[in-house]
Design a binder for this molecule. Sequence first.
Ligand code: WTA
Length: 708
Amino acid sequence: MAESKQPQGSGAQASEAQIAVHWREEEYVPPPPKFVEQANAKDPAIFDRFSEEHFPDCFKEYADLLVWDEPWHTTLDTSKPPFWKWFVGGKLNASYNCVDRHAEARPDKTAIIFVPELESDEHVAISYSELHRRVNEFAAVLRDSVGLKTGDRVTLHMPMVPELPVTMLACARLGVIHSQVFGGFSGTACGHRIADSGSRVLITMDGYYRSGQMQDHKAKADEALEAARQEGQEVDKVLVWRRRDGQYASKTPMADGRDFFVDGLLSEHRGATVEPVSMPSEAPLFLMYTSGTTGRPKGCVHSTGGYLSYVAGTSKYYQDIHPDDVYWCMADIGWITGHSYIVYGPLALGTTTVIYEGVPNYPDGGRPWRVAETLGVNIFHTSPTAIRMLRKVGPEEPKKYDYHFKHMTTVGEPIEPEVWRWYHSEVGKGKAAIVDTWWQTENGGFLGSTLPALQPMKPGSCGPGVLGVYPVIYDEDANEVPAGSGNAGNICIRNPWPGIFQGIWGQPDRFVATYYRKYNKDPDSTDWHDWPYFAGDGALQAADGYFRILGRVDDVINVAGHRLGTKEIESAALTVPEVAEAAAVPVIDDIRGRVVEVYVSLKPGFEPSKALEKKVSAAIDTQIGKIARPKNVWIVPDMPKTRSGKIMRRVIASISNFADVGDVTTLANPEIVDSIRHYVQSSKVARDDVPRELTEAEFEEIKKFGGE
Ligand code: WTA
């Protein structure tokens, strides 16, 4: 039954975090008995082992999945809050843990299966001993030909090919900090990340296949170097892997003395072995950039020991990975999901991980199921956007293929119960346990999920906090929203966990301000209880303890599971000389969850035109990448503004979504609202681009977008 909940808190007016949400409790779905029988976590005693009373030592169970060169003496060091350190005193190497130990124990076991996008190309299986050889040889290149040392940063801008994990693991072997930038990001976006991280080396690939076409990817390297140079960062060397042996897929020349083909360098290091460097547990393993409220993306620093322990442990218990499974996560390694749950987690456990190069629906909506059938995939992991898309293009396709998933994951966005049910009954054929995993780039691994054999699934809810993670919901005034009350607020994590990032690269104050200041109880305290982690998501908790994530409470738009900051998009639009002001807003989309629309006003003397709309779109492509490309660019005479001059994003977001704009009488220019609405909505009607009616939660999200 739909029920209206009253917001908690003292103020008469509901604040952003206290919105009342109407929602229906879904029925539980139990995991299939066959799944439960074989699950890694099937004894409920595990909940006791990870109860708060056993924190933080419970995480020894995760750390013990790894081989340590030296044992740690302190499980959790809280002396410099909130810069938590895990397994202090311990030393280990991530490459050794993901490669060498399995290559020794089971050399012929397949580590990676690469599935090229073109179906006419055979898939390629790489054994652990072969992976060991490749990682060692490339580590020799990095150390001896390129001169990289422990602690150096190196930027990777690579597509979904096995050379990407080889590169990451070669860096990890040397204690070199890798920073992989999503291959779909533009050269300029890559360049900003090169500059921020201070990388002097870029590793890329000449090209890759996407929707059947070879992309010229090396061209982006030249743009990246130029963008980095403008920010004062010189890159000395660009290493270029080749997608096809002996061919060069790019039109851009190789710059003499700067650009090197990796195959050429490798030929000097055939058979080389490189001793893994024993790294302190808290040494950075990699950087992963993500968007936030302010303009520049932030480089999240992930540690070696804590991170690797956490992804190994959660892969074992939540992904239910056994060494003999064939595991396929269809995310991109350029995002945190790919780092944790394509590369580091599965390889730490010595299983087989599938890497698919292309788009899920190439050449048709049956492709993923053919891959699953051919390779015998039994664990499948993807996003709601991919599920919605595959459901749209081929609702009957899964039936046609003979595969069996024991376990499936959804990640990155809220999943609608109806979409969940298709995933469960059609993709999973009713025989798979599903986990809806809620977490973030900053977190290293899952925060909210069901433990698949021990907690029933509930469509639309991720589940309770995972083992050893204790969430809490606060209102804007730092009052705890009573657990299980069903009232919305800001979800926070009360305690540190091993996968938590160690900071924002080069910006310690921003780290504290963004994630801890809001609910910190005492800035001088070294007790972790005083430092709840602010996740930036709205959520509510039902009486059974399951959380339902409502989405970001900041100015981040989640497009197809990927975080885009409105400020980033707006500053890209503002690089167009004619543009005076820009505002980016989310529009509800049936496939991609949210898409971006951009409103711009022009400097005096310029007239709106289609060409100018295209120019704004192109600027966003160049500065960020196609993923941020707006669905529409609206050139408007002026933006709706408060009397203090702040652009009211919620008003234009409501217009774009055909939602009620609410009270606009207090605006400095209320008359503009009607004229913008008329222009935008009649254009949308003419284009047959009217979104479906919003759910109440969506309406709340739009109504509060951008604050005020
Ligand atoms: C959203 C991706 C609902 C959330 C791993 C979060 C989700 C942001 C879920 C992080 C989920 C992620 N249900 N929403 N299962 N998982 N989100 O950093 O808003 O790319 O803050 O990490 O995605 O996105 P990020």
